[in-house]
Design a protein around this ligand. Structure first.
Ligand SMILES: NC(=O)c1ccc[n+]([C@@H]2O[C@H](COP(=O)([O-])OP(=O)(O)OC[C@H]3O[C@@H](n4cnc5c(N)ncnc54)[C@H](OP(=O)(O)O)[C@@H]3O)[C@@H](O)[C@H]2O)c1
Length: 280
């Protein structure tokens, strides 16, 4: 297939490009080539490239930045996605949108299914939910809700933690946010399987198991042979952040299971692989 990937310079864009390149012709689009807030630019690019599928992770994932500037958050995360979907429609391409666990309210105590109600308490969550609904109004499209990404290509939460500990600093992370974690390369591989199988719809997608940010950081430090005691757990509401954090956001991958897809490995196995591949 000919596949265009938006936000290709981003963390997930990097992983998606790396994985999809192994089996498809990939057009990796960065913001400087195709700004998704500029409808004409996106349309012109898709007309020229003629993709069969557009994988769309581009957006503003920073929850505090979105809370601080809702207009910009909506412009990029919602209107940008609308531009991508409309341009894809003109060339007959399907869209695989990257969504988030932040569409939920965080009040459940058992894993969220795809069918659970979505009541996002943050601007970021609302922008992504609006975009997701717009995408899924077309039955040929896909949306994948991922959470807490780590992977190669761009500095991420795990790498920041390790860097701080290596420079003998302690690092404070939230101890009360239980969720799923997602290795970008595993998630990209699964997205490729689902789109190749032509099974559109809404999917939860993460590595199996649940962890707090604190557990993720501690495990990363241990796997990297560093002092895990340098990771200090703190309640998220004492961390001076603008946007509220979800206390619970574990996702159950019901759609993948029901579709007969094998679920990704555990987050611990994926993290070990990721850390092994990091330059020391
Ligand atoms: N990170 C997470 O833990 C997480 C969790 C759940 C869901 N997600 C979702 O996963 C997706 C990817 O996240 P990520 O962590 O890979 O984010 P990222 O590293 O910030 O990558 C996003 C990319 O989008 C690009 N972008 C921003 N505005 C754009 C615009 N107007 N036009 C075109 N491109 C634009 C950015 O370009 P520049 O490089 O030029 O800034 C960046 O390369 C997001 O949609 C996010 O909502 C992320």
């Amino acid at each position: 297939m000919k596949i265009a990937i938006t936000g290709a310079a981003g963390l997930f864009g990097h992983g998606l490009t790396q994985v999809f390149c192994t089996r498809h012709t990939v057009f990796a689009l960065t913001r400087s080539e195709a700004d998704i807030t500029k409808a004409d630019e996106v349309r012109a690019f898709f007309k020229e490239l003629g993709p069969d599928l557009v994988v769309h992770p581009a957006g503003i994932p920073d929850i505090d930045l979105c809370e601080a500037d809702p207009a910009k958050a909506f412009q990029v995360n919602f209107h940008g996605t609308r531009n991508v979907v409309e341009a894809a429609r003109e060339v007959g391409a399907a869209v695989a949108f990257i969504s988030t666990d932040a569409v939920f309210d965080g009040k459940k105590q058992t894993p969220y299914k795809e069918s659970d109600p979505t009541i996002p308490p943050t601007v970021y969550g609302r922008t992504k939910l609006c975009a997701e609904k717009f995408v899924l109004a077309d039955p040929n499209h896909f949306a994948f809700r991922v959470s807490a990404l780590f992977g190669p290509g761009k500095t991420n939460f795990v790498e920041k933690v390790l860097r701080k500990i290596r420079s003998s600093e302690s690092v404070q992370v939230a101890s009360d946010q239980l969720g799923s974690a997602t290795y970008t390369l595993d998630a990209a591989q699964k997205i490729m399987e689902v789109v190749e199988a032509r099974r559109p719809g809404l999917y939860h997608l993460a590595n199996q198991g649940a962890c707090t940010r604190f557990e993720l950081a501690q495990q990363a430090a241990e796997l990297a042979g560093l002092d895990a005691h340098q990771v200090i757990g703190k309640p998220s509401d004492q961390m001076g952040r603008r946007a509220p954090r979800l206390k619970y956001a574990v996702m159950e991958m019901t759609a993948l299971k029901e579709g007969g897809f094998e679920l990704p490995r555990s987050w611990q196995e994926a993290l070990a692989d990721y850390i092994r591949a990091l330059p020391s």
